[in-house]
Design a protein around this ligand. Structure first.
Ligand code: SF4
Length: 473
């Protein structure tokens, strides 16, 4: 079937895409690659992938394609679901014969209600959906496809679960789809060099953080990996296909979970002479960091989440504060840049723990930070806990406000959602408006014209974001 994979248009600047772990409009305009859509697109010959938010496309720009295709696959998320349903309805109205399916964690955890939301959605693909979509695109009847939920005479039918993918080398390379359908300059992430290119070398995370969406919904808790040769070959090809790329980003949940393999891949990347970065937990030993650094690693994206040990226990992070401190010092020694991520409003948060986390962030001093509000995505243990304990704020359904910016969805008897919301703004100000940090970032701008241009643009966006926060508060 002629297939269109669409990351649908939604809020202006909304990074809700099929590669974004935390779907919201960001403090600084950012877009992750729609890798989760590019993967099945690579399995369906002649298909097309459109990433509407990153391209700045509106519904009227993509709707004419309704007449040209037979299968439409939309990636959706909890915050964008209502708007994605409207996109499905517009496509169905334009071409009633079009088969429309939705994929993503939101429909994976609530297939029935997702189908009930609109007759325009013919099916949803649950869990890992790559081969589910491939089979549907080959024309196989829905009744014969594992991992799919659909309607028969008004009743929702859930087919058997799809077997989890074990041989990850069966997945064709997403970078070929990027080459065919995307404009890589559209993809910005504040802390990555531009243009960057991201891909996965494996799926799943062995940790069990209660707030974390993908391992609990799609990827699972086993780190299933592609072979090191397969990964290095793909990056070698991508290097030739995209000579303008300044940095490759390995977007696996926790690339450093399998250290011997991470070191093997690093050595391969070192031979290619590329600059690269990845996600990591703050527990990688010095020896491994050293091998990675000597082979082109520039930056680690590290989820510290909190500076309070009890909160880390509450969310099952499996991380010790003292280990995170040593890891941060090791990175500094080796010259590995850290982008640290923190979350305000996790279970156990109090005014005191907020203060503790801000001080911890100042102490470990990542180069840049991102502060999020605890987001109870349906399908996560955090969501179930919040429902059970009555922590959900009345506005918590979509996790973002009318403008697509994150909102505080949790509140506690001792800490209101406004106080959590306020903490985010205070956190950013106290982290960035320190003389040492201002000097560090100014020096970075003075030594690179490209960095100067970017940081000035980001600075304007950041102040705009802080102003918006003042208005929201
Ligand atoms: S370590 Fe990171 S990717 Fe893994 S479950 Fe925790 S937050 Fe998610």
């Amino acid at each position: 079937m002629k297939t269109l994979f669409l990351n649908p248009p939604s809020y202006e600047g909304f990074d809700g895409g099929a590669g974004s772990r935390y779907q919201a409009k960001r403090e600084i305009r950012s877009f992750w690659y729609p890798t989760w859509l590019a993967q099945p697109a690579a399995l369906v010959p002649g298909s097309r992938l459109i990433d509407a938010p990153a391209r700045g496309l509106a519904l009227e720009d993509v709707l004419p394609l309704a007449a040209e295709v037979e299968l439409l696959v939309l990636h959706t998320s909890t915050p964008s679901f209502p708007s994605d349903v409207k996109v499905a309805e517009a496509f169905k109205a334009a071409n009633p014969k079009l088969l429309i399916g939705m994929v993503g964690a939101h429909v994976a955890v609530s297939p029935g209600p997702s189908l009930a939301a609109s007759e325009a959605v013919d099916f949803v693909a649950r869990s890992e959906f790559d081969f589910t979509i491939k089979e549907i695109a080959e024309g196989r009847p829905l009744a014969e496809v594992d991992g799919v939920s659909y309607r028969v005479g008004g009743e929702v039918v859930h087919n058997a679960e799809r077997a989890i993918l074990e041989d990850m080398d069966r997945l064709p390379w997403v970078t070929e789809v990027y080459k065919r359908d995307l404009v890589i300059e559209d993809y910005f992430i504040g802390y990555l060099l531009h243009p960057y290119l991201s891909l996965y070398t494996g799926r799943g995370c062995k940790s069990r953080c209660t707030f974390c969406l993908w391992p609990q919904t799609i990827g699972g808790h086993r780190y299933r990996t592609r072979s090191a040769e397969n990964v290095v070959e793909e990056i070698a090809l991508a290097k030739r296909q995209f000579p303008q790329v300044k940095e490759f980003f390995v977007d696996d949940d926790t690339f450093t979970d399998d250290r011997p393999r991470a070191e093997e891949i690093a050595r391969g990347l070192g031979r290619l002479g590329v600059t690269w970065s990845c996600n990591a937990k703050a527990n990688v030993p010095y020896e491994t960091l050293k091998v990675l650094r000597e082979n082109g690693l520039r930056l680690l994206l590290v989820g510290y989440e909190s500076g309070n040990q009890q909160i880390l226990h509450n969310i099952k992070k499996g991380m010790r504060i003292d280990v995170a401190r040593k890891f941060s010092a090791d990175c500094r020694k080796l010259g590995v840049t850290i982008h640290g991520t923190f979350i305000m409003g996790l279970p156990g948060e109090t005014k005191e723990t907020i203060e503790e986390t801000i001080r911890f962030a100042q102490e470990v001093n990542p180069h840049t930070i991102q502060v999020s509000l605890a987001a109870p995505y349906p399908g996560t243990e955090l969501y179930r806990e919040a429902v059970m304990k009555g922590w959900l704020h009345e506005n918590s359904d979509s996790l973002v406000g009318a403008d697509g910016v994150q909102i505080s969805s949790l509140e506690y008897p001792h800490l209101s959602n406004e106080e959590i919301f306020e903490a985010l703004k205070v956190f950013y100000k106290r982290f960035y408006f320190r003389p040492g940090k201002i000097a560090e970032l100014s020096w970075e701008m003075l030594t690179s014209a490209q960095m100067m241009k970017r940081r000035l643009r980001e600075g304007v966006e950041f102040f705009h974001f802080l102003r918006q926060r003042e208005n929201h508060a």
